[in-house]
Design a protein around this ligand. Structure first.
Ligand SMILES: Nc1ncnc2c1ncn2[C@@H]1O[C@H](COP(=O)(O)OP(=O)(O)OP(=O)(O)O)[C@@H](O)[C@H]1O
Ligand SMILES: [Mg+2]
Length: 241
């Protein structure tokens, strides 16, 4: 795999006294979507949070565009060009939709062209522009969380389980928006438990188990091999569709 934008080499992360990541090796190629899959508790969220600097690895290296980013704080890592959609959405409930998006823009001002795209992808955000984010539905909050990450161009987007707990119609809206982002050439590392969505969006896959990457390769290879899916991810993954 040539020219990865992000590389993790032997990354080990502890949370309190627990060893959670046991040496994660991961290459994220530029201009493609890499899916990070694995059972509940495998360490997917911990991996994304470690990349963002929200957990400090005690061993290993994290390179963005060839430069070390381990040790930087989350704000510094965001400024290096990583947009993050956290598992818990990370929006400010007391602030309006508008304020949430303004704060997400590192320049202080969302790009107008990007706002047009966000409103077209997620019309609800335009409708509730002046409403407190806390009053939005779960699906609308997730749209706002994605919109915050894409309000400006980023080198890389980290997206943690955007479909979690959402109704199928909302998942379809998010899937369309993410597909569009991908078609614009974005580089994405995404965690997704919904295998049909993962298949539809992913070019590459890394599968985690117990704090390590246990398999990586082309999504087409994993998608066409149900035995491999079962071996790597057990029966918890939805394989329908
Ligand atoms: N704040 C924390 N304190 C203690 N243990 C934690 C904490 N966060 C995560 N863990 C543990 O770390 C392991 C990996 O969790 P993580 O959230 O990274 O998994 P995941 O693959 O994202 O799972 P899921 O699919 O359920 O989101 C789990 O055993 C979890 O219990
Ligand atoms: Mg998780």
């Amino acid at each position: 795999m040539s020219d990865p934008i992000l590389q993790l080499k032997g990354v080990k992360t502890d949370i309190a006294q627990y060893h959670i990541l046991h040496g994660v090796d991961l290459d994220v190629p530029r201009g493609a979507v890499t899916m990070l899959l694995g059972r509940n508790g495998a360490g997917k969220t911990t991996t994304l949070r470690t990349i963002m600097g929200l957990w400090k690895p005690h061993q290993g290296e994290i390179l963005l565009d060839g430069a070390h980013i381990n040790g930087l704080n989350p704000a510094q890592i965001a400024r290096r060009g990583i947009g993050f959609v956290p598992e818990d959405m990370g929006i400010f409930s007391d602030l309006t939709v508008e304020e949430n998006l303004r704060l997400a823009a590192l320049s202080g001002q969302p790009i107008p062209e990007r706002m047009d795209w966000i409103f077209a992808a997620f019309p609800a955000l335009k409708t509730f522009w002046k409403s407190a984010a806390g009053t939005l539905s779960g699906g609308q909050k997730q749209m706002l969380s994605v919109a915050r990450a894409v309000v400006e161009d980023r080198e890389l987007y980290l997206i943690d389980e955007p479909s979690k707990g959402l109704a199928p119609a909302i998942v379809a809206t998010l899937a369309r928006a993410l597909k569009d982002l991908k078609n614009r050439g974005a580089t994405i590392l995404m965690v997704e438990q919904n295998f049909s969505l993962a298949k539809a969006l992913g070019d590459h896959v890394a599968v985690m188990d117990d704090g390590r990457i246990i398999w990586s390769g082309a999504m087409a290879e994993l998608a066409s091999d149900t035995n491999l899916q079962e071996r790597l991810m057990g029966l918890k993954m939805e394989s329908a569709g």
